[in-house]
Design a protein around this ligand. Structure first.
Ligand code: B12
Length: 208
């Protein structure tokens, strides 16, 4: 088994220690940083995403895999900056004001990072002004909005409405347990995803 296959396999099983070790080995062997990222770390997270989607893996395992992937990312991050490797896109994501739930949002972030996107995490209880500020200051292509409470769905609607002032400059994707594709469409969002793996697919489609 190649070192890249080993990295991928260890991401899938969520082994923080081995992913770090194997990634360091790959770097020491002089492997291209994009290969380590795409064929090692991201390849592993892609399998995790696919298995999560069909209920072959569950939230705790996905979180472990994501943590393992992060330790590998930390090893190659300084090299990515100097290699000129391009990020696939920039997404800013937050949970709406009044809502403290972030487990699902964090999963979405991890899967997006695993797929090669830069993610700006706005946190929870995010006021509309903070969403607007990040569009002005950091120019993400996509804004992700999460809501887990039926009582914060109107806040999501209001946030989308205000963000629409930016027109085609940004795309808006929404999610969270009470959110449906129908609701997303009604409030004028550009996309909806029911889970983290679908979120990656949706963001990729929107950026394309
Ligand atoms: C954990 C939890 C909490 C934790 C949150 C911890 C944390 N750091 O997130 C704590 C204990 C703090 C909490 C508090 C409350 N909670 Co709560 N909580 C839950 C619980 C059990 C699990 C939510 C969760 O993490 N699910 C797992 C993740 C992986 O799933 P997910 O969030 O749906 O995310 C996935 C998708 O929705 C999607 N997704 C999510 N976000 C986004 C964003 C984008 C852009 C995209 C594309 C996709 C996407 O991808 C994710 C990954 O697959 C749910 C019950 C449930 N089964 O859902 C109740 C639940 C959401 N909570 C509920 C309530 C009522 C509350 C409280 C009001 C309780 C209280 N009386 O204090 C408070 C509210 C606090 C607040 N202001 O936010 C209710 C909501 C009911 C309703 N109809 O609104 C629920 C449904 C429980 C219930 N059956 O009554 N809660």
């Amino acid at each position: 088994m190649s070192i890249l296959e080993k990295i991928s396999e260890q991401v899938i099983v969520g082994s923080v220690k081995t992913v770090k070790e194997y990634t360091e080995t790959a770097v020491a062997q002089g492997l291209d940083v994009s290969l380590i990222l795409n064929d090692g770390l991201i390849a592993g997270m892609n399998v995790v995403g696919a298995r999560f989607k069909i209920n072959e893996m569950y939230v705790p395992e996905v979180l472990m895999a994501a943590r393992a992937m992060h330790t590998g990312l930390a090893v190659i991050k300084p090299l990515i900056a100097s290699s000129g490797l391009k990020e696939k896109g920039v997404i800013a994501i937050g949970t709406v004001k009044g809502d403290m739930h972030d487990i699902g949002k964090n999963l979405v972030i991890m899967m997006l990072e695993g797929a090669g996107y830069k993610v700006i995490d706005l946190g929870v209880d995010v006021p509309i002004e903070k969403f607007l500020r990040v569009v002005e200051d950091q120019r993400p292509q996509v804004i992700g909005i999460s809501a887990l409470l039926t009582t914060t769905m109107p806040q999501m609607k209001e946030t989308v409405k205000r963000l629409q002032a930016y027109g085609n400059r940004i795309r808006i994707v929404v999610g969270g347990a009470p959110i449906t594709a129908k609701f997303a469409q009604e409030i004028g969002a550009d996309g909806y995803a029911a889970d983290a793996a679908s979120a990656v697919e949706k963001v990729s489609a929107l950026i394309r």
